[in-house]
Design a protein around this ligand. Structure first.
Ligand code: NAD
Ligand code: IPM
Ligand code: MN
Length: 358
């Protein structure tokens, strides 16, 4: 009897271009199960997001996390709608899942694939992995608004850096680097953030002593932004806080070919809860509904998802298919300088998979 490997995926297409790009990611996964009959994906789709909020007053049901808990992984499109305040939509769904499921590692690979144009003059060596702290830091949601509307109004937004939270993300980055023979760069701001980032630097220094074989250095976040553009080859594994990682990932996206190319995984390494996979980009209301969104970021996130589920070979094959489609000019949405469509790109990746592996 043939042994099937079955994966239950909870799908939240979300808002704007979310559903458009997720559809292509699912197409690619279905193509894989068509080629490899031993793999089977069971998708269950949830209509949560801003439309849902406008109808029911919340982004997902109160027991949403309980529902999602039973899946092997979550595949998310994007969240955000001009009709609803962003802090409500994002806190009510995306951040709730990341924090509720202790997905404290946000892994964002930045790799300029062959065939994809970059805004950089000499972009050959863009290949880094951003390891962003994803559960606390500046995004802990901790603060206060005092005397609202009064003249003496004050707001506080507190960065939360626990010893456990800081240590585990830095350790994760070192372990990842050790596996691939890479170096680790910490992006910090210890010169101005005299509590949080001084603490971060101390922990980085301590953890680095446990990895004498892994080259380690620290760069200030502002200088790192400059260097990512001028000398991206300086970066291999990058570890940083939640907010810095958010900003640095968009620079990464840009040098890797644009927002349409940037994928991300929100990982709970202990596998106590499901991990969540999504493109780095948002709902892109400016192009939603036009068929112009580049689905590669979402397809790449699907490849990260199956890697995490244990299908490393297929994960690599998806990337190879994206790359060979790119080399032939078939990643052709307008962001990459073409006139192609979201669906066209999804189909091109499926075609490459079938051509190479069917
Ligand atoms: P965005 O990433 O949605 O868009 C930024 C720019 O990049 C836009 O010009 C957009 O057209 C372009 N772009 C993004 N993805 C693309 C793709 N796949 N193909 C081609 N072009 C693409 O960021 P924004 O405009 O700052 O935010 C829009 C909304 O999304 C806001 O509500 C924001 O809060 C939300 N957001 C959500 C997430 C998420 O769900 N993970 C991430 C970022 C922003
Ligand atoms: C991202 C997004 C989110 C973040 C927002 C939408 C809350 O920008 O995933 O990069 O900052 O984490
Ligand atoms: Mn972001």
């Amino acid at each position: 009897m043939r042994i099937m490997r079955e994966y239950k995926i909870g799908v939240i297409p979300g808002d704007g271009i979310g559903p458009e790009v997720i559809k292509e990611g699912i197409k690619v996964l279905e193509k894989i199960s068509e080629i490899d009959r031993e793999i089977c994906f069971r998708f269950e789709t949830f209509p949560w997001g801003s439309e849902y909020y406008l109808q029911y007053g919340r982004m997902m049901p109160d027991d949403g996390l309980e529902t999602l808990k039973h899946f092997d992984a979550i595949y998310l499109g994007a969240v955000g709608d001009p009709r609803v305040r962003d802090d409500i939509t994002l806190r009510g769904l995306l951040l709730k899942i990341r924090q509720g499921f202790d997905q404290y590692v946000n892994l964002r690979p930045v790799k300029l694939l062959e065939g994809i144009p970059s805004p950089l003059r000499d972009p050959r060596k863009v290949d880094m992995l951003i390891v962003r702290e994803n559960s606390e830091g500046e995004y802990a949601g901790c603060g206060e608004r005092l005397f609202p509307g009064k003249e003496n109004e004050v707001v506080l937004q507190t960065g939360v850096f626990s010893k456990k939270g800081t240590e585990r993300i830095i350790r994760y980055a070192f372990e990842k680097a050790r596996k691939t023979g890479a170096g680790v760069t910490s992006l910090s701001k210890g010169n101005a953030l005299n509590y949080s980032m001084v603490f971060w630097d101390e922990i980085f220094e301590q953890v680095s002593r446990d990895f004498p074989d892994v080259p380690a250095k620290t760069i200030l976040i502002d200088a790192a932004c400059m260097m990512a553009v001028m000398r991206p080859e300086e970066f291999q594994v990058v570890v940083t806080s939640n907010l810095f990682g958010d900003i640095f990932s968009d620079i990464g996206a840009a040098i890797g070919g644009g927002m349409g190319m940037a994928a991300g995984a929100n990982i709970n390494p202990e596998r106590k809860y499901p991990s969540m996979f999504e493109p780095v980009h948002g709902s892109a209301p400016d192009i939603a509904g036009t068929g112009k969104a580049n689905p590669v970021a979402a397809i790449w996130a699907a490849s990260q998802m199956i890697e995490f589920l244990g299908e490393e070979k297929w994960s690599r094959k998806i990337l190879a298919a994206i790359e060979s489609a790119a080399v032939q000019g078939m990643i052709s949405t307008p962001d990459i300088g073409g006139t192609g469509s979201t669906e066209g790109v999804g189909e091109a990746v499926c075609r490459e998979l079938a051509k190479k592996y069917l």
